[in-house]
Design a protein around this ligand. Structure first.
Ligand code: PMP
Length: 350
């Protein structure tokens, strides 16, 4: 094995039975009514290879996003796309610029592809250091930049002018990871036609509740997408998931209702956490919230004992130890808020 592979640790996702899963930023609701039956009644030729160019799905995504189908590339989750992007724009002697703390898969993909990593930490763990991003992003070795907005794990949505400044002034490939964009209600999609170096990455795993089916997509100018498409595995998205994406996009109104509920729910959950003395809460525009209680490890353990799985982020750059919790359904959140108060009382915080 290559030495850089030997240095890697496998990604571990914990499976804890009988726990309420609030650790992976998924949509907690079931699929919109009738969608499962709709999907299962579709004709999908499972004995044949899928349509490698995913024409029907890209057409549906085109209608949803307004981006022409030639500017769309689909992947087996955005995780696959991150690795694909670094296979195309990264590699030895090239570097990826990121803004820690941010999504861990960027680092994993950089390591696998031998891409160097440059970091410009978020100011106070909150704001983009735009000037510095432009400065470091302009270094000759930096070939690709990822801005995650809203950012995982902080939940922060970055001002579009700041992201566009990085796009304009570095001229490098800038990937804006909009995995949580449906919750923020904002996007840079309508800027794609202005910048050949801007790529927007989206997923069906969050707002659309299709995490188990692995479906993500890239949006960009046709010439940029065509380049990435050369390195794509020919049948990277299976036939069933392609159809699921097409069907899901027929239920936009129902999904929008779920999204509106989750937006209210996460604001409410954040407010509840903020009422506990000693807990610092990060403002969020996603379906999760990052918070720093007095002793995050003990709080995580206490939540687990009460049957709630939150994400213990460990020691985050700039921010330090923190926990991240995703919104459950309103009923689940009531139980979680009760647990917050109980733990606070048990720990003598209130
Ligand atoms: N980007 C961000 C910011 C994420 O939080 C996630 C999921 N944790 C992903 C990408 C990957 O999503 P998927 O591979 O399920 O499309």
């Amino acid at each position: 094995a290559r030495s850089l592979i030997r240095a890697l640790r496998p990604y571990e996702s914990k499976v804890v039975p009988d726990c309420l899963k609030l650790d992976a930023n998924e949509n907690p609701f079931p699929w919109p009514e009738g969608m499962k039956e709709d999907l299962l009644s579709q004709k999908v030729a499972l004995t044949r290879y899928p349509d490698g160019s995913a024409i029907e799905l890209r057409k549906a995504i085109s209608e949803y996003t307004g981006v022409p189908a030639e500017g769309i590339l689909v992947g087996n989750g955005s995780d696959e796309l991150i690795q694909l992007l670094l296979a195309v724009f990264g590699g030895e002697e090239k570097a990826l610029l990121v803004h820690p703390p941010t999504f861990s898969m960027y680092y994993a993909a950089a390591k696998v592809t031998g891409t160097g990593i440059k970091e410009v930490p978020l100011i106070g763990g909150i704001s983009l250091d735009t000037e510095k991003m432009v400065e470091v992003g302009s270094l000759p070795e930096v070939n690709v930049i990822i801005v995650c907005s809203p950012n995982n794990p902080t939940g922060t949505l970055y001002p579009r002018q700041e992201i566009l400044k990085i796009v304009q002034e570095t001229g490098k490939i800038v990937i804006v990871d909009e995995a949580y964009s449906e919750f923020a209600g904002e996007s840079l999609i309508n800027e794609i036609s202005n910048y050949p170096n801007l790529i927007v990455m989206r997923t069906f795993s969050k707002a659309f509740g299709l995490a188990g089916l692995r479906l993500g997509y890239l949006l960009g100018q046709p010439s940029t997408i065509e380049l990435i498409n050369r390195a794509r595995q020919p049948f990277n998205v299976n036939a069933f998931s392609q159809k699921a994406g097409v069907v899901a996009l027929k239920y936009l109104r129902e999904y929008q209702e779920q999204i509106e509920v989750l937006k209210v729910e996460i604001a409410d959950l954040a407010a509840e956490l903020g009422r506990i003395p000693g807990i610092q809460v990060f403002q969020t525009r996603a379906n999760f919230v990052l918070f720093k209680p007095d002793n995050p490890d003990e709080w995580a353990k206490a939540f687990a004992e009460k049957g709630f799985m939150v994400r213990n982020m460990g020691e985050l750059p700039v921010i330090g130890k923190a926990l991240r919790v995703s919104s459950g359904t309103p009923q689940e959140n009531e139980l979680f808020k009760k647990a917050i108060r109980e733990i606070a009382v048990e720990r003598g915080s209130i």
